[in-house]
Design a protein around this ligand. Structure first.
Ligand code: MTE
Ligand code: MO
Length: 322
């Protein structure tokens, strides 16, 4: 008997969404049952306060660069996740040309003494862009090594004088259906939102990127301004930021809102805690000449930045606070 002819779709192209939508309904039903209630144990609860730690300048610097083989420019800019422009990996590089990145302004408000709306130039005035070569690990199981240019997020945040109630920082991406065709699909609840604990936001590794490979950030990579938090799964590195808010409570994030059992607030890279759909033990390193033959390598705790960041989570159960 012949098998029916199925459309040929490369597995890498299959959007997780179709399968995911059904699963989501199932998971929602399961989460309501007492047996699996523990899956979303963190919902509502606040984690313990962060310990008072600082990363030494030498430790921080050791994380600013890596000698690992870099991902080709074509792959960094042609294989993307930017759902505002579609869910396929090649969609953003095709569709994001319509994103107008100038003029661009960012609203900064919440628990701070000097809130304001600033144009990009004013926001970054006087801050010299630094080069950072970081590993970026997507929760889907691939990773890249990318030379970014940007400024430490801490240097920007300090200008707004966050107060003692600023325990978290929330970030929002532009959500304009005229510029972003993917917004028509409710793959996630727009706008894309992310958040960091204040110590994570102020950490010297946390970068507000404006460029890569020495060029201005391409639209598909989150122009004109995106976060890069190298010890967390890629989805924390929110693109095309239009709002930053200091908050006292842990902010809701787009992925957590969609599926709390799969996407925690912290989302530190952790090979010991699997995502329900993807093992996190290894990763496909997209670097060098061929994406097809990308090598599988072990995933490291905190994506290899443990020396710089592990102390921020001392005493925290990283299974609970995934
Ligand atoms: N606004 C927004 N930011 C986003 C995403 C997105 O869909 N929308 N995808 C995230 C995910 S899942 C990853 S892995 C990284 C990918 O960044 P890159 O395309 O520059 O490699 O961006 C993150 N930032
Ligand atoms: Mo990702």
């Amino acid at each position: 008997m012949r098998m029916p002819r199925l459309p040929r779709i490369r597995s890498s192209e299959i959007t997780t969404e179709a399968v995911y939508r059904d699963r989501r309904r199932l998971l929602a039903a399961l989460a309501a049952s007492p047996l699996l209630g523990g899956l979303s144990a963190c919902a509502g609860a606040e984690p313990p306060p962060p310990p008072r730690t600082t990363t030494s300048a030498a430790d921080a610097k050791a994380g600013f660069s890596t000698g690992e083989e870099q991902t080709r420019y074509e792959d960094v800019t042609g294989y993307n996740n930017f759902y505002e422009f579609g869910t396929g990996k090649a969609d953003p590089s095709r569709a994001a040309k319509t994103l107008r990145t100038s003029p661009w302004s960012v609203v900064v408000d919440g628990e701070c003494a000097k809130p304001g709306t600033l144009g990009l130039e004013d926001l970054l005035r006087g801050l010299a862009p630094q080069e950072r070569i970081y590993r970026l690990r997507c929760v889907e199981g691939w990773s890249m090594v990318i030379p970014w240019q940007g400024v430490p997020l801490a240097d920007v945040l300090r200008r707004f004088q966050p107060g003692s109630k600023a325990k978290y920082v929330a970030f929002t991406t532009l959500a304009d259906p005229r510029q972003m065709p993917g917004i028509r699909y409710r793959s996630i609840d727009w706008p894309y939102r992310e958040g960091l604990r204040i110590d994570e936001a102020m950490h010297p590794l946390t970068l507000l990127a404006t460029g890569l490979y020495g060029k201005p950030l391409p639209q598909q990579n989150g122009a004109p301004l995106r976060l890069v938090v190298p010890w967390k799964y890629g989805f924390k590195s929110i693109k095309s930021i239009v709002a930053i808010r200091f908050t006292e409570r842990m902010p809701e994030t787009a992925w957590h809102a969609l599926q709390p059992s799969e996407y925690g607030f912290f989302s530190n890279v952790n090979p010991a805690v699997d995502h329900p759909r993807w093992s996190q033990k290894t990763e496909r390193r997209i670097a060098g000449s061929s994406r097809l033959f990308a090598e599988r390598i072990p995933t490291l705790p905190f994506n290899g930045y443990a020396d710089q960041v592990a102390s921020m989570y001392a005493g925290m159960d990283l299974r609970k606070w995934y």
